[in-house]
Structures are given as C-alpha cells and as structure tokens.
Write a protein that binds this ligand. Sequence first.
Ligand SMILES: [Fe+2]
Length: 268
Amino acid sequence: MNRDRQNSSAGFDPKIGIHWQNPEPRFTYDEGVFGPLPEFRRLDDIRRSLRNPASQGPDPVYSIVMDVGRDEHRDELARRMLLFGVVAYAAGQIGEEPVRSQGHIHAVAPHCGWSTPELFEIWEGRAIIYAQETASDDPGRCSAITAELGDKVVVPPKWAHCVINADPGAPMVFGAWCDRQYGFVYDEIRAHHGLAWFPIVNKDRMIRWERNLSYRFSQLATRGARTYPEIGLEPRMPIYEQFAKDPDSVQWVSDPARFEKLWTEFEM
Ligand SMILES: [Fe+2]
C-alpha cells in the first residue's frame, strides 16, 4: 500500500503509514509498519472523572493503539525507550461534557527515574490538551491548549493531564511520543473527583470551563498551541518523521533530564 494514502480526514499525513476509518476507528498499517489491534476505552472506564458521572455518551469513548512504528525503527525505539501511540476519539458529547480521557499522571519510569513528558500531534479534528502541575489540593499552574491539525503540544514531566475532543461535531485523532516504560497514576486525581477544571460544551458547541471545587482556587490559562524551538521541535515536520530523520531529537521524551533546567518553568 502507498504510505501517502489519504486518511478519512484527508487533512494531515503523519508520515508513518497508519490509516484509520471513523467511526469507532479501525486502524490499518502499510506494509513495513507494525502496530496492534486497537484497545477500546469504555464510558464506564472514565465515568468517575466526569463532572456528572451519570452522563450518557458515545461508547467506546476512544480507541488506542500503543507501540506503532516502521519496522526499520523497531530496535532503535526499544534501545531509546521510546513508544509511539495513536488515539482516535469519537464525536459527540458525554452529557454536557466533551469526549475526553479521564486524566492521569505518568508513573515514574524505572529506567530514568522520571515521570516522563509527552509530545502530542493532532492528526484529525481539534483537541484541547489540559494539564495542571500537580493533583494535590493546590493544582499549581493550569493550562488548556487548543491544538489544530498538525499542531504539537508538550506536557512537561509530572503534570496531570487529559486530552479532550474540542469539537463535538467531529472525531479527533492524535499521535504521541511517550516513554516505553509507561504507566499511569490516578489516585490523587480520583481523590479529587477529576482534574481541577471541567470542560463543558456550550450551546454554541464551544468549550467553557468550570472549576472543580475539590481543589484549592486556581487560575486557568487558555490559549493556542505554540512552537517549541528550545527543545528542538521542527514546527512543520510530523513528530514521527522527526524521529525517523534524527532519532536523538525526541530523546528527551524518555530522557527528560536532558532538559532538566527547562521543565521547572516550562510553559505549555
Ligand atoms: Fe499521558
């Protein structure tokens, strides 16, 4: 099959040879590309993190394929402890809330001793990456980044985060670089019944935000995606292609100590 074949979005070529068909996406892989069958996240899996846990909505909420790539990169990915994943969100709403993940913090990866960062890239639709510095009573800085087709968003180490389909009228698909020893921590988020801000879909289908009163007062910064020259991201090159051309350029995902000084004040 041709690596440049169009996806259902016909909008963005992630340059990896993965295709998807909505709704309830099935993923297909070009020859020379590996990847698993999708896992489906059910509404019941994320219910406890909703503002209104009794809400109804699309089920499954999203499908996910973890550890995908081109065959020639298999060893390099393992050696560098890098993992590439793709997630496809359903269109629609969960009650008055948008389709989203429940939110998590990355567990400390034993190989590097860090709760690792994550690099997102939007492949179809429009997303909001929401993140907060901590999931303790004081959530610290809270940011909601609206990302359009091809935009990249970096969530820094240790931050609690979730991904939201910003447009209830359309599916949303993203690719992401993560640590190969990935694991998720949910305790503090669940103890607070979710993250510090709940996205709500207005009548005009725009997202507004409501504070989660289980946390101390916080302010939410909302803005569009930026570029990340300070960590070497090429704004116009798909993130898998950037790895293919220069594997060291995304090594910070599984070796965040490379940018240790940047993470403390990092602005998403
Ligand atoms: Fe994550």
